[in-house]
Design a protein around this ligand. Structure first.
Ligand SMILES: Cc1cc2nc3c(=O)[nH]c(=O)nc-3n(C[C@H](O)[C@H](O)[C@H](O)COP(=O)(O)OP(=O)(O)OC[C@H]3O[C@@H](n4cnc5c(N)ncnc54)[C@H](O)[C@@H]3O)c2cc1C
Length: 327
């Protein structure tokens, strides 16, 4: 590993002052599980790390919702009584991340900002778009776990489990930098790759930190969160979905359907939402909405299997949200 300096700031102001205007030169470190692995693999070689575990790690009330400090550990998110009560899909996503050890070490800020798991990106031999190269290796290569939505030029899937319910619940991220703070909706934080920004997955500037996730008052929504994995533990999901339903009696008044591990960003399925509004949820309605969610999927040579898997995740998350048995 390349030698690096380590800064241990006591507060947010000092942490921001330690960052750099240049991408990848100075990086914040939370639990270090993603960052140190990339450094050991020579994928990232920063000059300096800035410890952000001293930032806010608490949950406070904010305008009927909750404000989660980015230094909070995932295990604490998963077990927090108010998060479980108000935002069960966030707690459900957190409890399924990795393993107990990973959840004990990993922070909210690190989870949301972790870099893609693509094996070409993670291998120093492959200089892909994300590392300043001029191609994505997955379309002609091993694309089993890559995107089925989005037209490239990079076909990574976003690796964060928490990002999906954060988008579904319409969370706002508080970012802090030398120019002060700015609030960015989770849905606007994650960016689709373009030729210009293909090396990034979000709008965070190199001299900014994510300090808080602010979840608005959820209202009377019912939620479902369903993940499909090869292994029950120690792995990322193949596809997953968060579904929120606001009901008027037994009729769906509003719906949010967001899929994970299918695109470079948490993927909102508006067609599925439209297929749910005005309906009473039955198994057939859930199947039709799941079909709608996958309309437009464009798999590559080895990942077509993800289409039915994602469909199942959406269907089951809908049934779960409606309190119906998963058959
Ligand atoms: C076997 C295995 C299975 C896993 N399964 C899952 C899974 O199912 N779902 C899932 O979501 N993840 C999964 N993970 C990934 C794991 O959850 C992440 O690596 C972890 O959440 C990262 O958190 P961290 O605090 O250790 O991040 P770090 O490694 O400290 O940071 C990750 C990145 O975020 C940046 N960063 C950290 N904090 C901030 C901040 N406050 N502001 C701005 N940038 C910041 C860092 O600079 C770095 O680039 C798995 C990992 C392993 C090893």
């Amino acid at each position: 590993m390349k030698p690096f300096a380590y800064i241990n700031p006591a507060n947010e102001k000092d942490a921001v002052a330690s960052l750099s205007k240049e991408y990848e030169k100075v990086l914040p470190i939370g639990g270090g599980q993603d960052l140190l692995a990339r450094m050991k693999d020579y994928v990232t070689q920063p000059d300096r790390l800035v410890n952000v575990k001293n930032l806010d790690a608490t949950v406070t009330r904010a305008g009927g919702g909750l404000k989660i400090g980015s230094a909070m550990k995932m295990v604490d998110v998963a077990e927090h009584a108010e998060i479980m009560r108000l935002y069960p899909a966030v707690a459900a996503a957190a409890i399924e991340v990795g393993t107990p050890q990973i959840r004990n070490q990993g922070t909210v800020g690190g989870n949301v900002n972790q870099r893609p798991r693509c094996w070409y990106f993670r291998n120093e031999e492959f200089v892909c778009y994300k590392k300043g190269g001029n191609r994505c290796f997955s379309p002609e290569g091993e694309n089993q776990f890559h995107a089925i939505f989005g037209d490239g030029p990079s076909y990574i899937v976003h690796p964060s489990s928490l990002a999906v319910p954060f988008v579904a619940y319409d969370a706002t991220f508080r970012l802090v930098g030398p120019r002060g703070e700015r609030m960015v909706k989770a849905a606007d934080y994650f960016t689709m790759p373009t030729k210009e920004n293909v090396e990034r997955e979000n709008v965070l500037e190199p001299d900014e930190l994510l300090t808080h996730v602010i979840l608005p008052a959820p209202g009377a929504v019912k939620s479902g969160h369903y993940e499909v994995r090869y292994k029950a533990s120690h792995d990322w999901p193949i596809a997953f979905a968060t579904v929120l339903l606001s009901m008027n009696g037994s009729t769906v008044q509003g719906a949010r359907v967001v899929m994970g591990a299918v695109a470079p960003v948490p993927w909102r399925a508006k067609a599925a939402e439209q297929a749910l509004v005005g309906k009473t949820i039955t198994p057939d309605v859930a199947v039709a909405a799941a079909e709608a969610a996958l309309t437009g999927a464009d798999p590559m040579s080895r990942n077509a299997y993800k289409v039915p898997v994602a469909k199942t995740a959406v269907e089951r998350a809908i049934l779960q949200a409606a309190g119906l048995p998963i058959v």
